[in-house]
Design a protein around this ligand. Structure first.
Ligand SMILES: [Zn+2]
Length: 123
């Protein structure tokens, strides 16, 4: 992979990182204790002015957000790891077989950790 391609992919990763961080920040906060972990904001449950129904709705919304938060958090982790690898010059190397990951694959999934063959074999 040449430098130009690498630069292009880095740009893609950084855009995605920004987007994911923004999405996550809209309903969650970074866990100060565990790296890569985010915590969905707890629902605000009003005491006096909220009806039971309103509170139930807020809890329901919270429960809907939990799996979304988890998915975004995992994706953000992969992207940040890919960016770290770029800085270390280890980007684009398959973690399973140590060969170069196909540039075409990286264009589609810039945070990929394994080449197509290893992914298909699921090693
Ligand atoms: Zn491989």
């Amino acid at each position: 992979m040449d430098k130009k391609e690498l630069k292009q992919l880095k740009k893609l990763l950084e855009i995605e990182k920004k987007k994911l961080t923004k999405d996550l920040s809209s309903f969650a906060e970074k866990d100060p204790k565990r790296k890569w972990n985010w915590l969905t904001n707890l629902p605000f449950l009003g005491e006096d002015h909220s009806s039971v129904d309103e509170n139930a709705e807020r809890i329901e919304a919270y429960e809907t957000l939990l799996p979304i938060e988890h998915t975004l958090e995992i994706r953000l982790k992969k992207i940040e790891e890919a960016l770290i690898k770029m800085n270390n010059g280890k980007y684009g190397i398959c973690e399973a077989c140590s060969l170069e990951i196909e540039p075409k694959r990286l264009e589609v999934v810039p945070e990929a950790k394994r080449c197509i063959k290893c992914k298909e074999k699921n090693v």
